[in-house]
Design a protein around this ligand. Structure first.
Ligand SMILES: [Zn+2]
Length: 219
């Protein structure tokens, strides 16, 4: 195997390497080796995408562009992932900018081929869906960190977080885990990040009252 072929080894991408032999052979036939330069933009926010990328040695940074033009990094994709998840989730456009953070190699797979393979419902499909779930968690954790960053630009909107169970009020007395709440509240769709204020949710309040009643009753 030549050095060039070696640097474009599909098995260096963990997702591709996890495929069973038959699926790997088929998927590999769709892959096109690509080299990425530092700072190269793979997708621009709002762009129509026509392929996904499986990095092997390159690292892609996903940036969310806020309405005021400011950017915030929401996720990183390396040899453990795939860039362009919107394509197999049924969308054609991206809400973030994907830019090469570390130059290197990877593979490109056309939208048409990706959808054909995805529709077969094999390990490829399950693997991509599982990866999406992990990436979503990564993105929401980043959002939480950004929310907690006091140096960031914040709006006058308040997010109520329960100081006891750390759940977040998403309205109508519904409290969700913080990672879920970031999605429900669409934190990234807002121009500025909201501020956090601590409180107590109704469940924790009820539990506290019950506990107090037990104490006073047990005297
Ligand atoms: Zn609570």
């Amino acid at each position: 195997m030549s050095a060039a072929a070696n640097s474009h080894d599909a098995l260096k991408n963990h997702l591709l390497a996890a495929l069973p032999a038959d699926e790997f052979v088929r998927v590999k036939s769709y892959l096109e080796p690509v080299s990425f330069k530092l700072g190269e933009v793979l997708y621009e926010s709002g762009d129509k995408m026509d392929c996904v990328y499986f990095p092997t040695t390159a690292i892609v940074s996903m940036l969310y562009i806020m309405e005021n033009g400011a950017t915030t990094e929401v996720g990183v994709v390396g040899n453990d992932g795939v860039c362009g998840i919107a394509l197999f989730l049924g969308g054609d456009t991206t809400t973030s900018r994907a830019i090469i953070q570390s130059a290197g190699a990877g593979f490109r797979m056309k939208k048409k081929d990706l959808r054909t393979e995805f529709a077969l419902g094999g390990v490829f499909q399950r693997m991509l869906l599982r990866y999406t779930q992990a990436l979503m968690t990564q993105i929401s954790q980043t959002a939480v960190q950004n929310l907690l960053d006091t140096n960031a630009l914040h709006s006058d909107d308040l997010i109520h977080i329960c100081g006891w169970c750390k759940r977040v009020d998403v309205g109508q007395e519904n409290w969700e885990e913080i990672e879920e709440a970031v999605k429900t509240l669409g934190v990234f769709e807002q121009e500025k990040l909201p501020q956090i204020t601590h409180g107590m949710c109704s469940d924790c309040y009820k539990a506290m009252l019950e506990q107090l009643a037990t104490y006073s009753g047990g005297k």
